[in-house]
Design a protein around this ligand. Structure first.
Ligand SMILES: Cc1cc2nc3c(=O)[nH]c(=O)nc-3n(C[C@H](O)[C@H](O)[C@H](O)COP(=O)(O)OP(=O)(O)OC[C@H]3O[C@@H](n4cnc5c(N)ncnc54)[C@H](O)[C@@H]3O)c2cc1C
Length: 515
């Protein structure tokens, strides 16, 4: 392992290094805070008026300016805050105002004001989500982008405390400079934020060995309704004292609370990482290789795949040699000390070499980084094929992967759509994708129907509608397919408890689409 750099002696365990928290103003009307027992569908702001004229600030904007200052408020029509990565399937929302508070106290003030005035509040990180989770349907978009401080990084204790708005790549680089690693690596790391990753419990290629974001979170600073800044957990690595509220908030997609900061675990960075990319002639051969890796007992850091259509879409930028017309590409990575990574790589070459058509296995750090950069660009390359895509991250038991990959192609063909998939083979997590021209409403509609069939396929194969992107807007209601009624009722009860007025990211993550 590399030596940890930058260690500094400390004498006492640190509290969360939070900026001073000025308490939020008291609620104007307490009765309203407790008087609505059930969430209801958000139907627009009450008691405040909005304006459709772009140059006239709405009443909501004016109130937010009073709370936060003019530099922290943008018109609701500001396009950059109305969509996320689902824009390539034509999803775009509307908002009454955009609030960009500078600190957790400001976040609490916005939530307090919104709760007091029955205005929806839609938290927004980097806007890279694939489910429309950050796409508003009226109300206030609450951007976390100004909360950008790495509050502390303690290499000697393998931990960090960060603001929610820190971009994923910034934290990963900072950890790396100290010989450490923050393992979660969702593909759009320069834009996505730690808060967004926590809100979606994001994964990534290396989640196969290291787990999803939640594994690395030991504590959260979060604003709960009606505007309370609270902490759950902290720098402790184990804590079983209460119900696991931290885990309930992780992956809650902004529907239970707004993350303003987090305590995170780090781990020593592996000294070496060696990917082995093996091309196959068929889906069956590629999926058999996935199974062979499992059976070999090798602990690999990542086990990724691309099917034929995905390889074709990204082939032009592939950083090595590969056979033309490959039907499947599997990328496994060995990591650890140089000796360990080298040993696993050698065994991987044997396991994957056997049934494959060709192998590309770089060892130079630059070539390794190029391969992963290429892998991160697959989603964009696929989108570039026709200008848009409807892509869903279904997950199935790993032994059903070949059926899910083949099933994706069949569904596409039935709807007259070009289809492909890629994703995290080791976790059985596909990005099943239908290519569309967003300007063709008929295609978009057919792709949405195809997505419904995908969810049914995931269910039939014993899987789930989302392995890492969440439910957001585009999969609302899909949970009824896979959960018992009692579990659905519990899901709804949790939402009511955290958000009695139903104002936190309304319309998202709904287990049934009846509202
Ligand atoms: C090219 C590309 C590759 C990707 N690869 C992966 C991948 O490998 N694995 C993966 O899991 N995802 C991947 N994603 C999806 C996306 O990057 C992740 O879901 C990411 O974690 C979203 O973070 P964000 O900051 O952009 O959140 P946003 O898109 O802004 O928001 C996502 C959801 O979280 C909520 N939210 C955001 N911030 C907060 C907060 N502070 N408190 C409470 N709620 C909040 C929003 O309301 C919304 O519901 C990829 C996306 C792209 C475009």
């Amino acid at each position: 392992m590399q030596r940890l750099a930058g260690s500094q002696p400390r004498t006492e365990p640190p509290p969360f290094p939070r900026k001073p928290f000025a308490s939020a103003p008291p609620p104007r009307n307490k009765a309203r805070h407790h008087g609505t027992p059930h969430p209801r569908r958000y139907r627009g702001p009450r008691a405040v008026t909005t304006s459709t004229h772009p140059s006239t600030p709405t009443a909501i904007e004016r109130e937010l300016v009073t709370l936060l200052g003019a530099e922290a408020v943008l018109p609701g029509s500001t396009r950059a805050y109305l969509s996320d990565a689902t824009e390539s399937r034509n999803l775009r929302g509307r908002a009454d105002a955009v609030a960009l508070p500078a600190d957790p106290a400001g976040v609490a003030q916005v939530v307090r004001w919104c709760y007091d005035h029955d205005v929806a509040v839609v938290p927004r990180g980097g806007g890279t989500g694939f489910t429309g989770g950050a796409v508003p349907d009226g109300g206030v978009v609450l951007g976390l982008e100004r909360l950008r401080a790495v509050r502390s990084l303690e290499p000697e204790l393998w931990r960090a405390a960060v603001d929610a708005g820190v971009p994923t790549a910034v934290l990963r680089r900072r950890a790396r400079e100290s010989g450490l690693m923050f393992p979660p690596d969702p593909g759009a790391a320069e834009q996505s934020q730690i808060g967004g990753n926590i809100a979606t419990n994001a994964g990534g290629p290396h989640a196969f060995k290291y787990g999803v974001t939640g594994v690395w979170v030991t504590g959260l600073e979060v604003v709960l309704a009606p505007g309370e800044l609270v902490t759950v957990g902290g720098p402790v690595r184990k804590d079983v004292a209460g119900y696991d509220l931290k885990s309930l908030l992780i992956g809650s997609e902004g529907t239970l609370g707004i993350v303003t900061g987090a305590w995170l675990k780090l781990t020593p960075a592996p000294e070496a990482a060696y990917p082995v990319a093996a091309f196959h002639d068929s889906i069956e051969s590629g999926c058999a290789a996935v199974r062979s890796v499992y059976e070999s007992g090798l602990v690999v850091a990542a086990l990724e795949y691309l099917d034929e259509g995905s390889v074709r879409a990204a082939a032009g930028a592939f950083p090595g040699d590969g056979p033309a017309g490959a039907k499947f590409l599997l990328i496994a990575e060995a990591d650890g000390s140089a000796e360990e990574a080298g040993r696993v790589r050698a065994e991987l070459l044997e396991v994957l070499g056997a049934g494959s058509a060709a192998v590309y296995a770089p060892t130079e750090p630059r070539a390794v980084a190029d391969l992963w950069r290429w892998r991160d660009g697959v989603s964009i390359a696929v989108t570039g094929q026709r200008g848009g895509k409807v892509s869903e991250d279904i997950v199935v038991p790993v032994d059903r992967l070949a059926e899910a990959i083949g099933g994706t192609l069949e569904i596409g063909a039935r709807h007259g759509l070009e289809a492909c998939s890629w994703g995290h083979a080791g976790d059985g997590n596909l990005h099943s994708t239908f290519l569309i021209d967003p300007a063709e409403p008929d295609e978009v509609e057919r792709a949405e129907h195809a997505a419904e069939e995908l969810f049914a396929l995931a269910g039939r194969l014993g899987g789930s509608v989302s392995g890492e992107h969440g439910v957001g807007l585009v999969k609302r209601g899909a949970l009824v397919r896979q959960w018992d009624p009692a579990a659905i009722a519990m899901h709804e009860a949790v939402k009511r408890t955290f958000d009695p007025k139903g104002l936190l990211n309304p319309g998202k993550k709904l287990p049934r689409a009846t509202e």
